[in-house]
Write a protein that binds this ligand. Structure first.
Ligand SMILES: [Zn+2]
Length: 417
């Protein structure tokens, strides 16, 4: 058991750390810890990182500046050139969130580029990049604030460089589990959850509805389901994200007043209903070096274990969906009208009673995969026949589904207990 060996290592170091003659060694250890870690800005814990902040900014920003140069080279507009009103709206919302964040002392800037996809990202520097379509797909300012806050939170929590460092370390250590793609996905799952939590707190502190994030994911679940076993996920599925974002939003609601920046926001960043900053750091030379090093190694170890558990859970869910899917028989299809397809299915195997079933259909149109889902209400017993209806957009007719190679799939399902 690696855990047992690890505990033994802790015991050995802990025993010698009280000794005065080892003060020098302890200071040395502290420097080692400093070089591979930085104090987590959120909780005061340490997380792995091999680059310091100014190197991170340089590296992260160089990447974004390359993107901007590339846009200009291809004569594509940037920022106000994309849409002046939308760019000013982005800057206004961005500034309010950034001012309550852990990195408010850095000079940050949002970049708007013209793309017809729902996307925003950070590279660990002082930019966030927003695709223009996202501005239109979100319903209001609070939802845009939620996306912006989530992206800032990724940098605050050091996710970009944490991932790099984990990849470097697992390559050095030759760890198999770290290389498996499911594990990588699970690691990102945890990063996404953390960025959601931090981002939702920022929203509340900046005076934006902290439940807006949960509404984004609720809508995604309603229209796109979870695609649980359809493809590999590097983000939590929509339903889980919706539930968690809602719980966090409710928890931080007491800090929120619409349109008003919370006057206690700086203090609330350190201590709030979601986390409590650990202030019991001992100085170097007084055992602090050992503590710092241990919390780094321990932090990586715990993260590793959590990612493995999460990976297993995701795999189990996906194989359950696959198993149920193989027991579903299509009984009939019917064109209810030009844009509504009705299908009837039989749950044709002996298995558990099912709930939360989402039936899906995907097709390829203009080079893009499109998904349509129906949330089947109630419980489904073995042998039961049920209906799934697919509402198509006005530019897609039932008669054309064959042409686009439409196929059905089971999007997600749970066993009733
Ligand atoms: Zn994210």
């Amino acid at each position: 058991m690696p855990w047992v060996r690890f505990m033994a290592l802790i015991a050995v170091i802990a025993t010698v750390s009280g000794c005065q003659t080892l003060k020098k060694v302890d200071q040395g250890l502290y420097q080692v810890a400093e070089s591979v870690s930085e104090k987590d800005r959120v909780t005061g814990q340490r997380s792995l990182s091999m680059a310091n902040r100014s190197a991170q900014i340089q590296q992260g920003n160089a990447y974004v500046e390359k993107i901007i140069a590339n846009e200009k080279k291809h004569k594509r507009p940037v920022n106000a050139g994309v849409n002046r009103a939308q760019y000013l709206r982005l800057v206004r919302i961005f500034d309010r969130i950034h001012k309550v964040s852990h990195l408010k002392n850095e000079r940050w800037e949002p970049i708007l580029i013209k793309r017809d996809s729902f996307n925003a990202f950070t590279t660990g520097g002082t930019y966030i990049v927003v695709h223009s379509q996202l501005m239109y797909d979100l319903k209001d300012d609070a939802e845009l604030a939620a996306v912006v806050a989530h992206e800032i939170a990724h940098t605050v929590a050091n996710h970009v460089y944490e991932r790099q460092t984990h990849a470097q370390i697992s390559a050095l250590a030759g760890s198999n589990s770290a290389r498996r793609s499911g594990y990588q996905a699970a690691f990102t799952h945890e990063s996404e959850r953390e960025a959601d939590r931090i981002g939702i707190l920022y929203c509340a502190l900046a005076g934006y509805d902290p439940l807006a994030a949960s509404r984004i994911w609720q809508r995604k679940y309603a229209t796109q389901g979870n695609a649980r076993a359809l493809f590999h996920h590097d983000h939590p599925v929509n339903a889980e994200r919706y539930k968690e974002a809602k719980a966090v939003g409710e928890a931080v609601k007491p800090y929120y007043r619409k349109g008003v920046v919370n006057p206690r926001s700086a203090a609330l960043l350190d201590n709030n209903v979601l986390w409590r900053k650990n202030n019991s750091q001992t100085a170097a030379g007084e055992g602090g070096g050992v503590a710092a090093l241990l919390s780094t190694a321990l932090g990586a170890y715990v993260q590793h274990q959590e990612a493995k558990v999460e990976e297993r859970r995701q795999q189990q869910q996906a194989s359950f969906v696959k198993a149920v899917e193989s027991g579903l028989k299509l009984e009939s299809t019917r064109k209810a009208n030009n844009h509504l397809l009705e299908t009837r299915w039989r749950y044709a195997v002996k298995g558990p009673v099912l709930k939360d079933m989402v039936m899906g259909m995907y097709l390829k149109r203009n080079g893009k995969i499109e998904r349509y889902v129906d949330h089947v209400k109630g419980y489904i017993k073995p042998g039961q026949v049920f209906a799934a209806r697919f509402q198509l957009p006005s530019n897609l007719r039932v008669d054309d589904l064959k042409k686009y190679g439409a196929r059905f799939y089971l999007d997600d399902v749970a066993a009733a207990r």
